[in-house]
Design a protein around this ligand. Structure first.
Ligand SMILES: Cc1ncc(COP(=O)(O)O)c(C=O)c1O
Length: 455
């Protein structure tokens, strides 16, 4: 018999057809159901999951077979009809046994592992109360942007607004482009809870707050718990893009998030071998309002990529421990370097939100941003040093890989953000972002020093 990775509670049930969203009163018909569970099980002030338990959950139950196929044969006409109705004899997700755009068994395995890493505390508490219905659902996508765009399209209607901060360039431009459908993108400083509160009060049409913490590339943090109290009181959703941390460093559900997003391309894949995304959120939302958008937009992952990510997620904690340790050494080195003007790393002494970082995150992360004395020109020299093939590090975008990447946000990842907004958010022309990999701090520091001295 197949080992059960997730207790029956967490096994995704078949999606049903979306019901119309009630207008007036509660915006979503699952809202009260979710709030009740959020209060009892999802928010969780206890310390983060033990590192050993995390590693065991990430290892899962052994890798699944690669179901590299688009369609699945039915046993009979009745069997096919039943799967379309969302019924299955074996307890598996029947939609994952019809056609790969609706679901795939290899991808389903990864959905369960990620679910456990983000929401293990929910399983524990709900099972103790004999709850049968899952609280949180989990779906995998072909890219992080696939998850983000499908989620936003499923949530907003004309007249709504989404409040956000300094976010990834493509998420930023997607939100601005939603204007075409009458949806407003509002921007504020997510690091300032009072400003978020004021924006929510001034804009009653905000249906969701979308944040990243730490923000890309400034590494400014948002106080997720404080903001979640505001969104909850307003009846809006809090969406947290947890890509920069992964569930190992931060578990946003425990801090009050309603929806958690990942670009799997980053830490979870960890080796820059595939692009992928994930969304986790209230099970009833995922099953009803969301699933039709998931299947109809079709940002489907390749089963092989889901398998790769299922393998790579097994070493997530070990990789991140080593990467964060190197990042700390490099941040300390840069802080005292005569050629460095500014430096941001969330756990560094002097980082303005170091206390919040230590409250929300297990470790300081492996992203560092810094400015070189001499501004953009000097910064360009430093980055070009790493374009050479005979040095560690690559001049490339992306992050969370075993390879260290150095890049220039103003002309690369954030070039789509209007210049005035970039400057206001602290993405100066000279800002450099480092994503520290596994080469080891010594060799990276050696070459950073040479590159800086050459400016
Ligand atoms: C924070 C963040 N969210 C989302 C994305 C988009 O993910 P993907 O490239 O997998 O579509 C990225 C990509 O860099 C990112 O950095």
């Amino acid at each position: 018999m197949e080992k059960t990775l997730v207790p029956p509670l967490a096994q995704a049930q078949a999606p049903t057809v979306s019901r119309p969203v009630p207008r007036g009163g509660a915006r979503w018909d699952w809202w009260d159901w979710w709030l009740e569970r959020k209060t009892r099980w999802v928010r969780d002030p206890r310390p983060q999951m033990d590192a050993g338990v995390f590693r065991a959950l990430a290892a899962g139950t052994g890798l699944p077979a690669i179901h590299q196929k688009s369609t699945f044969a039915f046993r009979s006409v009745r069997d096919g009809a039943e799967r379309f109705l969302g019924m299955s004899k074996g307890g598996e997700r029947p939609f994952a046994r019809i056609y790969t755009r609706l679901g795939n068994p290899t991808t389903e395995y990864l959905e369960k592992v990620l679910f456990q890493l983000e929401a293990h505390h929910v399983i524990e508490k709900a099972l103790a109360e004999d709850e049968k219905e899952p609280t949180i659902g989990s779906l995998i996508f072909g890219s992080g942007m696939g998850a983000i765009s499908t989620l936003l399209l499923s949530l907003v209607k004309s007249g709504d607004a989404v409040l956000t901060g300094n976010i990834y360039g493509c998420t930023d431009s997607l939100l601005r482009n939603l204007e075409k459908f009458g949806v407003e993108a509002l921007f504020c400083n997510m690091g300032d809870v009072a400003e978020v509160k004021r924006m929510l009060e001034e804009h009653p049409n905000v249906v969701a707050v979308f944040l990243e913490s730490p923000e890309n590339p400034t590494l400014r943090l948002a106080d997720i718990e404080a903001i979640s109290r505001l969104t909850e009181a307003k009846g809006a959703l809090l969406i947290v893009d947890n890509t920069f941390c992964s569930p190992y460093l931060q578990q946003p559900f425990r801090l009050g998030a309603d929806l958690v997003i990942h670009s799997l391309t980053k830490f979870i894949n960890g080796h820059s071998t595939s692009v992928g995304g994930a969304l986790l959120g209230p099970f009833r939302f995922m099953k009803t309002d969301f699933f039709p958008w998931y299947k109809d937009i079709g940002a489907t992952p390749s089963p092989f990529d889901s398998w790769l990510n299922s393998a790579n997620i097994q070493s997530l904690a070990v990789r991140q421990e080593a990467e964060c340790e190197s990042a700390e050494e490099i941040a300390r080195f840069l802080k005292t370097h005569s050629k460095v003007e500014t430096i941001a790393w969330p756990f560094l002494e002097g980082f303005p939100q170091a206390a919040l970082a230590r409250r929300q995150m297990r470790l300081g992360g492996s992203l560092i941003s810094f400015e070189v004395k001499g501004g953009a020109q000097a910064g360009e020299k430093v980055m070009n040093y790493f374009a050479r093939k005979d040095v560690p590090m690559e001049l490339a975008v992306s992050l969370g890989s075993t390879i260290t990447y150095i890049q220039h946000p103003a002309s690369m990842t954030h070039s789509v953000v209007p210049e005035a907004d970039r400057i206001a958010r602290g993405i100066t022309p000279g800002l450099i972002r480092l994503s520290v990999g596994l080469e080891g701090a010594g060799v990276l520091i050696h070459h950073l020093d040479r590159a800086l001295k050459a400016t």
